[in-house]
Design a binder for this molecule. Sequence first.
Ligand SMILES: Nc1ncnc2c1ncn2[C@@H]1O[C@H](COP(=O)(O)OP(=O)(O)O)[C@@H](O)[C@H]1O
Ligand SMILES: [Mg+2]
Length: 225
Amino acid sequence: MNKNLINIEDLIKKYKYKNESLLILNKINLKINYGDIISIKGPSGVGKTTLLNILGLLDSFDAGNFSFDNTNVTSLNDIKKNHFRNRNIGFIHQFFHLIPELNVIENVALPNLIYGNNKNESFKMATNLIKYFGLNERKLFKPNYLSGGEQQRVSIARALINKPKLIIADEMTGNLDEKTSDEIFDFFINEVKKNNQTLIFATHNNNYAEKANIKLTLTKGKIEY
Ligand SMILES: Nc1ncnc2c1ncn2[C@@H]1O[C@H](COP(=O)(O)OP(=O)(O)O)[C@@H](O)[C@H]1O
Ligand SMILES: [Mg+2]
């Protein structure tokens, strides 16, 4: 069973910088099926983050088609887009992007509260996830009082709490030391595989890229398989 989740056709993305137009993605085609685990490599500045942000509905594009689970996401307005993202996509960033004023439980619970679950239920789910992620003793801490590895575990829990159809990870271990990075990545990818989730991740680490079923490289605006 290879049910299609994402279909991108001839997608073009340009940035304007002063009077220059930078062509970042040049008619890209990409299909993602449920259960795919996809890695993206490519030199710094090639457009990995740009592509992942478009997939995560965090950035727009200039031409082409993009459907997500049979929804044409190009035509969604901002409110519908935010709603769609909250229900379907979990994003993990290199620099964690946790909310500094919120403690660990609150950070993890937030997407589930936005989803519409009540506070008791959301906090219970968050607490269980936190425990499972080995962070029980840190659950009332604010992000600034956590190590990088702990912060990234929190951000993984936050990305997973709504059981998204697609998980996007942009150099998620790029800001961690090698040992912590290996621990976090192994834990994360095992979790994703165990749950049969769909993942696309950008990395500079060849060992991690090799763990994917589909290995992509971005070069000069094109995807190479
Ligand atoms: N908002 C922006 N305006 C202009 N240029 C941008 C903007 N964001 C990114 N870029 C440029 O687009 C290119 C691709 O960036 P990015 O997607 O972050 O690459 P990667 O993640 O592969 O390192 C880079 O050359 C970067 O400078
Ligand atoms: Mg990047």
